[in-house]
Design a protein around this ligand. Structure first.
Ligand code: FPP
Length: 241
């Protein structure tokens, strides 16, 4: 099995999973959070090098105060618990997104976790928090403008330079993007980085997405013919992209 180097996941369906069981949406988020540990471990066992999950978007602030508060509580607990998880899995953790919008104690926990795990190398785990691709690109452009003004950046902007200003600087682009729970959209996730990523959509809600489901997604990825806009000599298929 050809295992993707980088898998990006949109964690969707916690709320519906909980409602179906007559439970509050927050219970779904708790289960979804527990599942992160399962999937990190599974990814590591399968040999995935980079795993990026979309946990809170720039648009998620629109949810009820009760739900947002519940998610913040979960992030608080998880970021602390993750110190142990990162050591156990030799997992480097990095948060992408504008986390300056969070309470100071959450920001401090992020810095602590990133610093603690910076030398772990087996799995690179990125958590997107207050992340939106358009926001990320605008922040990058504004930092480029500031650097140009200060003389730190000169000449034409290349793809490499632009990529280096994104939150994902230094992280290879995703090979496979998985979205759970049936919605067929990208929801402002890694738009620049996913120019050539293969997409896999499943109806399985995030709390039920286990190692077997991850293997199923990777098997489907193995059926794809990645041509990056070119044409493969040996390919009998006549499609051009
Ligand atoms: C999207 O849809 C999911 C979220 C906004 C939150 C995802 C959060 C977690 C998996 C848990 C916490 C994560 C970390 C990093 C600690 P939805 O799940 O609200 O579901 P719906 O589409 O069924 O309403």
């Amino acid at each position: 099995m050809n295992v993707p180097n980088h898998i990006a996941i949109i964690l969707d369906g916690n709320g519906r999973w909980a409602k179906k069981r007559g439970m509050p949406r927050s219970y779904g988020h708790v289960k979804g959070c527990e599942n992160l540990e399962t999937i990190c471990e599974a990814a590591k066992e399968l040999g995935v090098k980079y795993l990026t999950v979309y946990a809170f978007s720039t648009e998620n602030w629109k949810r009820s105060k009760e739900e947002v508060d519940g998610l913040m509580r979960l992030f608080r607990n998880y970021l602390k618990k993750c110190l142990k998880i990162s050591r156990k899995n030799d997992m480097q953790v990095r948060v992408i997104g504008d986390y300056t919008a969070f309470d100071q104690d959450i920001q401090d926990s992020i810095v602590k976790l990133e610093t603690f795990s910076k030398d772990f190398q087996t799995l690179h785990f990125q958590i997107a928090l207050n992340y939106g691709s358009r926001d990320e690109m605008l922040r990058a452009v504004n930092r480029m403008l500031a650097d140009q003004k200060e003389g730190r950046l000169q000449g034409e902007i290349t793809e490499e330079i632009f990529s280096g200003y994104l939150d994902t600087a230094g992280i290879p682009d995703p090979d496979l993007m998985i979205r759970t729970s049936g919605e067929l959209r990208l929801s402002n996730y890694l738009l620049w980085q996913m120019a050539y990523t293969e997409f896999y959509f499943t109806d399985v809600p995030w709390p039920d997405f286990n190692k077997a489901e991850l293997i199923r997604a990777i098997e489907k990825y193995n059926d794809r013919d990645r041509r990056y806009g070119g044409v493969k000599e040996e390919s009998t298929c006549s499609k051009q992209d």
